[in-house]
Design a protein around this ligand. Sequence first.
Ligand SMILES: Nc1ncnc2c1ncn2[C@@H]1O[C@H](COP(=O)(O)OP(=O)(O)OP(=O)(O)O)[C@@H](O)[C@H]1O
Ligand SMILES: [Mg+2]
Length: 368
Amino acid sequence: MRVIAIANQKGGCGKTTTSINLAACLSGLKKNVLLIDLDPQGHASLGLNVQPQNLAKTIYNVLTTDPEAKLRLDEIIVPISENLDLAPANILLSAIEQELSGKPEREAKLFQAITLMVSKKTYDYVIIDCSPSLGILTFNGLRACTELIAPVDTGFFSLHGISRLLETVNLIDKRLNCQIKVKALITMFDQRTKFSHEVKDEIYKYFSGNVFETVIHNNVRVKEASSYGVPVAAYDKRCRGAIDYIALANEIDSPKSKEKAKAVTNSAAEKITSFIEEVQHVKKGTVVTFQSDNARNVEIAGDFNNWISSVDSKLERIDNGVWAKVIHLKPGAYKYKFVVDGQWVTDPNNPNLEIDEVGNRNSILEVK
Ligand SMILES: Nc1ncnc2c1ncn2[C@@H]1O[C@H](COP(=O)(O)OP(=O)(O)OP(=O)(O)O)[C@@H](O)[C@H]1O
Ligand SMILES: [Mg+2]
């Protein structure tokens, strides 16, 4: 699975148009695609004719920490076509910045949700349409991806503020010891003007050649298609915009590009481990782990959380059937059990046990 974020804090540079049309064209190549709308404006949802204001379940429910409202990513999905699914957003998502502020792992919520998705089908691509801001929402998009497409239009202010986006990517790379592959996509290109060509050259210089060969031209059909709530290839498959986005999907799905992406994905396991180590080190947390290839959901409950198993006590699924969670406890001895797909299970890897008065076998966790 390749997770690609489409981000640039400059407004109106073609993020949503690229997200919708790239997702649709990849699904046209018979790839299973999930498009995540990560913008409270809900434009990616609207652009696929999903009226977000009427939806009870959106990406807000996935990112929230409110246990009453919390849902898994696969629980909010709206099917668009055979190979294309949408995780919609609406204005409610604007509350999440404040809701998550100051919360632990606030930038990792989307990453965790993608990891914990229990889907009937396996996605080849997850495309994330980010909002035009560099807040917690976009941070979640960047943290979840291994590849980033920065659409850059060929207007006067096209490179304005792009350095902040690249700085943020560098920060995530350093913190998580990974390397998000960043590539610029030239959008709304008008080949008749000298100015467009000059800006194009600037973009190549700025991104040291990390620019897609495919250029998205300015084409009125693209705008028209989005107002009808359909991808441009479904609206007029012969127009310039459709040809450009089909070419982009082919470029991204080419064996060369896949090979590079695989190298990035392979480092994902290391990335998670180092993330856990970092959190453990910084916050002096305790890592609990559980091994199971078949479990769909693992939570931990004990006397430290009043034996309440909830979304907040969920373990994250890591490669090779390992589930893990960082918990923050003061020094002492704590009783606990895992709750695996609704069943209470004693930790099989912890010989330190206590049998209570009614015969319950509880594991003991000692925090020094
Ligand atoms: N190739 C194109 N040709 C013509 N119009 C386009 C093209 N790409 C995008 N547009 C139009 O430009 C406008 C802005 O595009 P879009 O919504 O994709 O930008 P955005 O970066 O997602 O904006 P925001 O920052 O608000 O999220 C839209 O009206 C869209 O239809
Ligand atoms: Mg947008």
